[in-house]
Design a protein. Structure first.
Length: 94
């Protein structure tokens, strides 16, 4: 499905809203593939940002939530183990 603003969605719908697995790309170049519930990112999914950054992990009502890993293109990454545990990592690229 193509939207007027240039966004695109390919996946399941339930009563006209995104529900189940699908892929959503916005006009800015960001790309999400994973689960949707009630028209929002929900469950496990991957968001690849236009600049190369990536988040892989859990979503709740459209927000990053629970376990996941956010990786910046410059080799920094953060592992979210729960809402109270965050581990920062850095990988030097030469």
């Amino acid at each position: 499905m193509n939207f007027f603003n240039g966004d695109e969605y390919e996946g399941y719908f339930l009563k006209g809203i995104k529900e189940g697995t699908g892929t959503y790309s916005d006009s800015d170049g960001n790309y999400y593939t994973g689960n949707f519930k009630n028209d929002d990112k929900h469950g496990l999914g991957t968001l690849k940002y236009y600049n190369g950054d990536t988040y892989i992990g859990d979503w709740n009502d459209g927000e990053k939530s629970g376990k996941g890993t956010f990786t910046w293109l410059d080799a920094y990454w953060i592992s979210f183990l729960s809402s109270h545990e965050i581990t920062f990592h850095y990988k030097l690229i030469i």
